[in-house]
Ligand binder design. Structure first.
Ligand SMILES: Nc1nc2c(ncn2[C@@H]2O[C@H](COP(=O)(O)OP(=O)(O)O)[C@@H](O)[C@H]2O)c(=O)[nH]1
Ligand SMILES: [Mg+2]
Length: 301
């Protein structure tokens, strides 16, 4: 399993690598702020969130009477941690008869892979899981989930390719009850003929869950590929508007210089990041913790 420090190496090179020269041994000048701004933009923090971070940093510099540019390094870290918010520990214990987690996101973002990783995490906490292969639009997606399920010993409820995903969700709920499972994780399509169709379909699936299980889905996790950088934000907004997203799984932070998008996701979408994906293997996932993230981003942990 790659360390978080390794995972963030490319973003660190873009964002923090040049920080040393920007925040040299001189006083803070207007250029200091310009240089900081371009570093943040280059790593896909995005214009709005960069502005927010810099405003907060300027205020802090004023309050703390920071005059040397070098003093801004720690202040920036603190403002980044503040922006990302307090950690939201995941509760793995079963708290209801059947918990339903719906996983959404565009094709290729890492939904199915992340579901396999979640399975392993929840299984290790003694949960009894059923998976629903409701991405019926791509035959390969059904196979992929079935392979993961077989490996993990978790039943996968699937229909034929192009069959009604609503029927798959309905059947999977019945299967979960009859097998006395306490967790159902639903994989969904990332693309239909049009975006409108997809959002309608996802709403329909939610409706089916709500009818059969009280207050379901209890979690709706949006999978976002960090390598999409700022483009991921507008994609994500489509999902957050259509289905109430409760948390983000941010994948592929390894190998991208665009990890600054992490800040934009929290700030612009207002949704907590719950997990980050650090590679393609089943163990390559960790719970998101703002301070740990920022420390590793700066190479300080
Ligand atoms: N490097 C890396 N690759 C990932 C990660 N998560 C998923 N992938 C890869 O992304 C590709 C698409 O993943 P998949 O789960 O099929 O996406 P889906 O279409 O959303 O279900 C696969 O090749 C995965 O191995 C991650 O955290 N890091
Ligand atoms: Mg998939």
């Amino acid at each position: 399993m790659p360390s978080l420090r390794e995972t963030l190496a490319r973003t660190r090179n873009t964002l923090v690598g040049r920080l040393q020269s920007v925040l040299g041994q001189s006083d803070i000048t207007p250029e200091t702020w310009d240089d900081l701004e371009s570093l943040l933009l280059q790593s896909d923090v995005g214009a709005a969130t960069t502005g927010k971070l810099l405003d907060a940093l300027k205020q802090r510099a004023k309050n703390d009477a920071i005059v040397m540019a070098a003093g801004l390094r720690n202040a920036l870290k603190e403002e980044m941690v503040k922006l990302l918010g307090a950690p939201q520990p995941v509760s793995y214990a079963a708290t209801r008869l059947l918990e339903v987690i719906m996983v959404v996101g565009v094709n290729g973002s890492g939904k199915t892979t992340s579901i396999a990783k979640l399975c392993k995490l929840y299984l290790s906490h003694g949960r009894k899981i059923v998976l629903a292969a409701a991405d019926t639009f791509r035959a390969a997606a059904i196979d992929q989930l079935q392979v993961w399920g077989e490996r993990a010993g978790v039943p996968v409820i699937a229909g034929n390719p192009n069959s009604d995903p609503g029927a798959v969700v309905y059947d999977s709920i019945q299967a979960a009850f009859s097998r006395k499972a306490d967790l159902l994780i639903v994989d969904t399509a990332g693309r239909l003929h049009t975006k409108h169709n997809l959002m309608q379909e996802l709403k329909k699936l939610r409706g089916i869950m709500q009818k059969s299980v009280h207050a379901a889905p209890h979690q709706t996790l949006l999978v976002i590929d960090a390598a999409n950088g700022q483009n991921a934000i507008s994609q994500a907004k489509g999902f957050t508007e259509a289905v109430g997203v409760t948390g983000v799984i941010l994948t592929k932070l390894d190998g991208t210089p665009k990890g600054g998008v992490t800040f934009a996701i929290v700030s612009e979408l207002g949704i907590p990041i719950q997990f980050i994906g650090t590679g393609e293997k089943i163990d390559d996932i960790e719970e998101f913790d703002a301070r740990r993230f920022v420390n590793n981003l700066f190479g300080d942990e």
